[in-house]
Structure formats: C-alpha cells, structure tokens
Design a protein around this ligand. Structure first.
Ligand SMILES: [Zn+2]
Length: 409
C-alpha cells in the first residue's frame, strides 16, 4: 500500500465514529472555542475522480459552482489532509464561522476600483533589489522552522506569531511612523501579524504583501512536528527581507505598505478571510495584493510562477513585467485551484491580487504538511527565494508611488 492510499485509508477510518473512539487515533487536537463551522468547496473539484472518497455528505448550501458543508472544527485538519493527499493542494477549501458568512461568500462581490499599474521606478528599485541577501532569507526560514509547529491551535503557533511580530518590530523601529502589530482573531488563539509603513501622500491607499505564518502536520496533531520551512516560512522570510531592505534604505512610500503574516491559512484561509472581510467592510482602499506561499523549492527549475486562477489578470500581468524588469529570472504561469492560498480571500472580496509560486503546481514541494518540510528538503539554502524577495521590493515600490510622470508606462 503506498503512502497516499494508506493515509487516505487512515483518514477515512478516523472519520467513522467507532474508529474515532480509539485512544491513539485521531491524534489529540486542541479545538477552537467555536466548534461548528461551514466549509465551501468548488463543485468541479468534488466532481473529479480524486474526490471519490470525499469524507463529507449532504451540503447544507449549494449553487452551480460551490457546495457548503457544516463541520466540527476538529474536522478541518482532516479536510486539509484530504485535499493535500488527493489534490496536492496547500489549501483547497474556505472555512466560514457562520452559515451567513458561508452564504455571503457564494455571492459575487463587486470589484473595487482598479488603479493603473505603471513601471517607472527603476532608479529607486534597481539599487534596492541589489541588496537582497540569501543568508537573511535562510535565517528567517530557519528561525520559523525551529518552532515545533506553527499550527493555528497550538501554543507554538502563537509563539511563532509573536516571534515574527518581534522581528518585524525591529524593522518598524527604523521607519518613522511604522508599526508591527498583532491582529487578534476571535475564534482561535494564533494572531496574524501586520507591519505597516504609512504612506506620505495617500496613506489611506494600501499595498499588501502577504503570506501565511502557520504550518500544519497532515493529521492536525497540535503537538506534531511541522517545520513548514517551504510552506510557508519561505514566504514569510521573503517578506521580511523585502521589509528589511525598505527599512534600512530610508525609502518612504507615498501609499501605505502593509506586510501581513496570516494566521490559520492551513485550515481554510481563515486569517486572511477575516482580514480581507474587515478591510472590505471598512471601505479600505487596497490597490494591490501579492501573495507568497512557498518560494524555496525549485521543482520546475529557475523562475517565478504566477497563478492564473482566482487572481486579478491585470495585476498578474503587471507582476510578470516586474519579474522581467527586476527579479533576474523569467516568469511563468500555473494554476492551483479553489481556496489554494490567501490571495483567494482578497479576490473573493473584490480586491486585485496576484500570487507568486515556486514551481508549476505539479512541480511544487511534495514534502509540505509533514515533518519532512525542512530547509534541507528545499535545497539547504534560500537561493530559489532570492528573486521572490526582489519581486517583493519592486512590487512595493512600484505600487506605493502615487502619480507617475505623464507619458510614462
Ligand atoms: Zn502554504
């Protein structure tokens, strides 16, 4: 029996009430306070052969594209494991705290007004991207991966978020008016982390660079080892290196730049959905979002792979131009599917989002969601992530200007 069929067999047996009474399995889970949740899946995923043993029956809501199921919170890691086993996804579904929220997520959201994306900051960006250092990215990956896990419902998941807030506070201290704050979530303990650099001209307009800070072991055991070096300490490390460069250069944006480390991505994009919903209901003007989720495994060779699904086409095309101009590698495209990562939370709320990925979807790191997702299993250094950090610097600077000179493009 291969690992995949063994794991799915264990998963399915764990879901039967008789098996769940066993002392040793499923492993101990720390349940969040609110136990009933609603999870949405893409119906085209559920119709695929890979979903033949989909562990839920009877959606409580359904339309032509989406099916929503009511579950207990303890089910989330098992659903993540199912989507990982069968679809090779980091995510793959969306979790909602209430039925009302699930229903609202099925309605199309009006897109927020778009800005024109222009590329004209070479004089500023070129010297900044030259400062990206592989050893800094490697250092943050190692520090994040040193936590036993960063699971959203484990004490070390909270510790890891606090560690990141500390690191980002050191950077914020170098920038007038900047701050690094925890964003508390009502339904679980792990906070998100936001490093904000205020804009000098249009501070109400926001450029978001984000990635999830949590990790998961496939069985959702809150004590199990889940280094998450690639998924997604690498994305957090890329963001941190870009923030370091901006902080130490004396650069000041005209729009506000926010670096966000999202909590609880691995259990249905919960942290980013809450943040995107809050920004939408608060009328915040988010002019562009880039998501970093796995940047360190060179499974398809050199380059940055931009997702083409659940993203904004114009911003993604512009991001490809930024890669050509500044990252020192070529850009490619790939698809990842429904609920793949936090960019989907922003897209769902009408905000323009792009997503930069390490490889083609099929070439991505097979060790994620296990104790094997170590720095060693993505090559032992952070060299594949270096162009991603250059892109992050370029994305921040080119989007956080306000009025490009007339006639430029
Ligand atoms: Zn991930």
């Amino acid at each position: 029996m291969n690992t995949r069929s063994l794991s799915v067999a264990l998963l399915l047996s764990a879901l039967s009430p008789a098996r769940a009474l066993d002392a040793d399995f499923p492993p101990t889970i720390v349940p969040p306070a609110a136990a009933d949740l609603w999870v949405s899946f893409d119906k085209t995923d559920l119709a695929k052969p890979e979903a033949a043993e989909f562990p839920l029956s009877g959606p409580v809501l359904s339309d032509e594209r989406t099916a929503v199921y009511k579950v207990r919170a303890e089910m989330l890691p098992l659903l993540s494991q199912f989507m990982h086993e069968r679809f090779n996804r980091c995510g793959g579904y969306l979790t909602h705290d209430t039925m009302t929220a699930a229903r609202a997520s099925m309605r199309p959201t009006a897109a927020v007004p778009r800005i024109a994306y222009t590329l004209d900051q070479q004089a500023t960006v070129a010297p900044l991207v030259a400062g990206v250092r592989e050893e800094n990215i490697r250092g943050v990956i190692s520090a994040m991966a040193a936590h036993n896990n960063r699971y959203y419902a484990s004490p070390t998941g909270v510790e890891a978020a606090r560690w990141l807030r500390g690191r980002w506070s050191e950077l914020a201290a170098k920038i007038p008016g900047a701050s690094a704050e925890l964003f508390a979530h009502a339904s679980w303990k792990q906070p998100s982390v936001i490093l904000a650099i205020p804009g000098s001209e249009n501070p109400e307009e926001i450029v978001v660079l984000g990635g999830h800070l949590d990790s998961i072991n496939g069985w959702g055991n809150s004590a199990a080892r889940a280094p998450g070096a690639d998924d997604n300490a690498s994305g957090i490390a890329v963001l941190t290196e870009a923030a370091r460069i901006l902080a130490e250069s004396g650069y000041r944006p005209k729009r506000t730049i926010q670096f966000i480390g999202y909590a609880a991505e691995e259990v249905g994009l919960r942290g980013s959905q809450e943040i995107a919903a809050k920004y939408a209901s608060g009328g915040k003007k988010v002019v562009g979002v880039i998501q970093y989720d796995m940047s360190n495994f060179a499974g398809s060779g050199e380059g940055i792979f931009l997702l083409t699904d659940y993203v904004d086409p114009a911003l993604s095309a512009f991001t490809a131009r930024l890669i050509d101009a500044y990252a020192g590698v070529k850009s490619y495209t790939t698809k990842c599917g429904y609920g793949c990562s936090d960019h989907a939370s922003w897209t769902k709320k009408g905000f323009p989002a792009a997503m930069a990925f390490e490889a083609t979807f099929d070439g991505s790191n097979p060790a994620i969601h296990s104790e094997r997702d170590t720095l060693a299993s993505s090559g032992g250094d952070a060299s594949h992530s270096v162009p991603f950090a250059k892109l992050a610097v370029a994305f921040a600077v080119e989007l956080a200007k306000t009025a490009p000179p007339a006639g430029t493009n």
